[in-house]
Design a protein around this ligand. Structure first.
Ligand SMILES: Cc1ncc(COP(=O)(O)O)c(C=O)c1O
Length: 469
């Protein structure tokens, strides 16, 4: 039996997907997957030999999804830094799929290349970056970090007349890298890939998790004579702390280094006139990475790398092949600004999200997240036995309720009773529940309800603990 597309009722199939999508978005969602085991059983068959009709395949996927998806579009999904997806982004993403556009060269999809160029201009303005800054769209912030750090490596090795594309890394001059224990785990991964593993120097952090600039300066002085890359966090993943950017930029200036800022979600504070003072000096960096799929509420995958030195980035990402039309001048070729060659036309949902929200809408989205995080922190801090481990600067809250066991128990009860989905961490040696408010659906009202539910569950858990001994 052949199962080729000519037998597929495309419009029926899309109708099913549409109905499922609407049902999902309108449903009473829970804080955790309903039945992950069922989901696995539905997916984990032997690979069909003769294929399966598309309608049957999609019906099975719907069933597996209903059982096994983590409800991340829920306003109480506080795990990791999920973000939600705005309806406009979903619609644009559907069209992107149907149009099957590829972001590679201008001639492969003019609309994608043009949308990317417009997003670059809008974002450079919105985020207050230097006027000549260029942007590449990546799969996420990890890949954006890789590109930004590759540009930094390129610039620093050039100071010694070393062309890394030509000369490689084997006998390259040293490049010291300064980071901190709060630097996101993706950064060391990127440094490993870039051949900089042996050159990582960890600066101390203060009680809030911010890099100690005095210690960073001491490291820079000790490493003087090498190239220098300093990596700052604008919104650390656990507590949301923001490094002293201006001081880091002064060290960069003194040692002719490169400053890269990992601003996966914190970057968006710059879009709000109210919150902008939190990220003062951000424009002084050389490269930045952020995500659209976190706090901006674009669909996955949407990462962005910005670089204030277009020529350095272009050289770091250099690629050429006779079949590729990526050198025609005066038009944009998306592949020249990042690592991937072919990739989804991420610029289209990004353009739609920015066009829909406007400057005011982005600012409101970010301010709303901060207000909800503050609300949760304030309500919980008032409860004896609960501590908020770090000042709430942005959208992240670190909640200490006691031992690892109690923390895990509370997280499980919160999910089981649909109060919210919280992930856990250890912050400066203390177990904690993490809150990341990053969905457009999470309001201060949601935060009040969540805090109320949290306090109830915490009291029950504490009581249970005492009763058991
Ligand atoms: C600060 C920070 N940097 C980088 C990343 C990695 O981003 P992505 O998962 O989009 O690759 C994250 C992810 O949570 C993050 O919080």
């Amino acid at each position: 039996m052949r199962m080729f597309p000519e037998q597929t009722d495309t419009s029926g199939l899309l109708q099913t997907a549409y109905e499922q999508a609407i049902a999902h978005l309108g449903s009473q969602r829970g804080a955790r997957p309903r039945d992950p085991k069922r989901s696995r059983d539905l997916l984990d068959t032997a690979m069909p030999v003769a294929g399966t009709p598309a309608a049957v395949t999609i019906a099975r996927l719907v069933e597996a999804g209903t059982a096994g998806i983590q409800p991340t579009t829920d306003p109480t999904a506080f795990g990791y830094v999920f973000g939600g997806t705005l309806p406009v982004g979903i619609a644009a993403d559907w069209l992107t799929t149907v149009w099957d556009q590829v972001a590679i060269t201008h001639n492969a999809s003019p609309v994608t290349a043009q949308a990317e160029m417009v997003c670059e201009r809008w974002l450079v303005d919105l985020l207050g970056l230097p006027a000549n800054t260029v942007m590449g769209l990546t799969s996420g912030c990890t890949s954006a970090n890789l590109v930004g750090l590759a540009a930094g490596r390129e610039a620093q090795l050039r100071r010694f007349g070393w062309d890394v594309n030509r000369d490689g890394m084997q006998d390259a001059p040293g490049v010291a890298v300064i980071l901190s224990e709060q630097t996101h785990a993706s950064v060391p991964r990127c440094l490993h890939l870039l051949g900089l593993s042996g050159q990582m120097h960890y600066a101390r952090t203060d009680e809030e998790g911010r890099i100690d600039a005095t210690h960073a300066r001491q490291i820079a002085r000790r490493q003087h004579g090498k190239g220098l890359i300093i990596i700052g966090q604008v919104g650390a993943t656990d507590g949301g702390s923001i490094d002293p950017i201006t001081q880091l930029s002064e060290i960069r200036d003194e040692y002719e280094g490169w400053l890269h800022l990992d601003a996966a979600f914190g970057m968006w504070a710059a879009a709000s006139p109210e919150l902008r003072p939190l990220v003062t000096g951000m424009e002084k960096a050389d490269s930045w990475s952020t995500d659209g799929h976190k706090w901006l509420n674009c669909p996955y995958d949407c990462g962005m790398v910005f670089c204030a030195h277009p020529e350095v980035l272009a050289h770091a990402m250099a690629i050429g092949a006779s079949y590729l039309d990526n050198t025609t001048s005066n038009v944009r070729h998306p592949m020249n600004y990042r690592m991937e060659v072919s990739q989804r036309a991420r610029a289209l949902p990004l353009w739609a999200t920015l066009h829909h929200l406007g400057k005011t809408g982005v600012a409101q989205l970010i301010q709303q997240g901060c207000a909800a995080a503050q609300c949760i922190a304030q309500r919980l801090e008032a409860e004896p036995g609960i501590r908020i481990l770090a000042p709430v600067r942005l959208n992240q809250v670190l909640i200490h309720v006691g031992s690892h066991t109690l923390t895990q128990h509370v997280a499980e009860r919160l999910a089981a009773e649909r109060v919210g989905w919280f992930t856990t961490t250890t912050w400066k040696g203390q177990p904690a529940l993490r809150v990341s408010v990053s969905s457009w659906q999470t309001t201060v009202h949601t935060a009040e309800q969540v805090a109320e539910g949290f306090v109830r569950i915490f009291r029950e858990a504490k009581e249970g603990n005492q009763n058991h001994g």
